[in-house]
Design a binder for this molecule. Structure first.
Ligand SMILES: [Zn+2]
Length: 349
């Protein structure tokens, strides 16, 4: 005979099972992983930096933090090739979605890495960000399987002005006023704000606020400063480069000091395209004389102080992020950069 006590215990167990099952069906995170167990990835794309002022410059005087401090802690690939037109958007698309287009501008035709990550781990929008230029749908491709709810949160004050409402409560009065007036001042061409180095004076503080307030799991920050090489005097380009080097070092220090990021974050720094030797323009024929650039990766199981000279492509970065975040994506030409990961022998040292 079943006692009243054990009967009520059985009913309670059934309730608990039903509750857990219903919670599971609402939560798309298949492994039901706590956020803490999912790695973080921060990608910084440096726009239009030449190797001749960065890794090939004999004294590395314009990138002292990268060269002397950061590169020693991870893997530097010295031959990153922009497979498509030698321009920003194709390499951003290749990195975001693993697609190598041969045109300046194309809409995504497959979901971006942000969408795979958001869907798999059921992350809210404020955990996945794309900050900087070259939006115009290059961070998201809506399909039946990957609807609007999987898209990245985009923020920019350059080509498109996109300020997500959730960031506004963290802005100062002055910043809010600036953003409110920005469309009008741009329209009236009151000052040269749209130039890339000026744009970064807004993007970088916003990027820092996003990191501080939302603790994103995946963020791609397009740092446009150095692309001022197209229009600025050489010294202006160099000042932008040194400032970018300092900012990347700040990001690096943040990763080391913030418990949310420490020991569970991958930092990827890459360049989107080089320029010709006369330094102002993109290369003449991008398909035949593309200028190689570089990429760096740091993370919990990444080798330290290694330089790899073989050719790699921006689509490989897409594949590598998918591998790190453990998400299945559409078929693509990207190959995981397996040679940056520690082997058992490396980690035993
Ligand atoms: Zn450019």
């Amino acid at each position: 005979m079943v006692s009243v006590k054990s009967k009520s215990k059985a009913i309670l167990s059934i309730f608990i099972i039903i509750f857990l099952c219903s919670k599971g069906s609402l939560n798309a995170n298949p492994q039901n992983m706590s956020e803490d167990k999912i790695p973080n990835v921060i990608i910084v794309t440096l726009a239009g930096l030449q190797n001749s002022e960065s890794i090939d410059e004999p004294y590395h005087q314009y990138i002292p933090n990268l060269w002397n401090k950061i590169f020693k802690e991870g893997v530097l690939y010295t031959n990153l090739i922009n497979q498509s037109i030698d321009f920003h958007m194709p390499s951003v698309i290749a990195l975001n979605a693993g697609i190598a287009y041969s045109f300046y501008y194309n809409k995504l035709t497959a979901p971006a890495i942000f969408q795979y990550v958001r869907k798999k781990y059921a992350l809210p929008a404020n955990k996945v960000w794309f900050i900087g230029n070259w939006f115009k749908a290059q961070g998201c491709c809506i399909t039946d399987e990957y609807p609007n709810e999987t898209c990245v949160t985009q923020m920019s004050v350059s080509m498109d002005i996109l300020i997500p409402p959730e960031i506004k409560k963290f802005l100062t009065k002055q910043e809010l006023l600036f953003l409110e007036k920005l469309p009008k001042t741009r329209e009236q061409k009151l000052y040269n704000f749209p130039q890339w180095n000026s744009v970064e004076e807004v993007h970088y503080p916003l990027f820092k606020k996003v990191i501080k307030e939302f603790k994103p799991k995946l963020v791609h920050y397009f740092m446009a400063d150095v692309d001022s090489g197209h229009h600025a005097a050489f010294c202006g380009y160099i000042i932008s480069l040194k400032r970018s080097d300092e900012r990347i070092y700040e990001i690096w220090q943040m990763i080391q000091s913030d418990p949310f990021y420490k020991d569970k974050t991958y930092l990827i720094v890459c360049v989107d395209h080089g320029r010709d030797q006369y330094y102002m323009n993109h290369s003449g024929n991008p398909f035949t004389d593309s200028y190689p650039v570089w990429m760096y990766i740091y993370g919990p199981n990444i080798k330290k102080g290694v330089i790899i000279n073989r050719s790699i492509y921006h689509v490989d970065i897409f594949a590598t992020i998918a591998n790190i975040m453990n998400v299945e994506t559409h078929p693509n030409k990207g190959r995981v950069l397996t040679d940056c990961f520690q082997t058992r022998d490396d980690s035993a040292r």
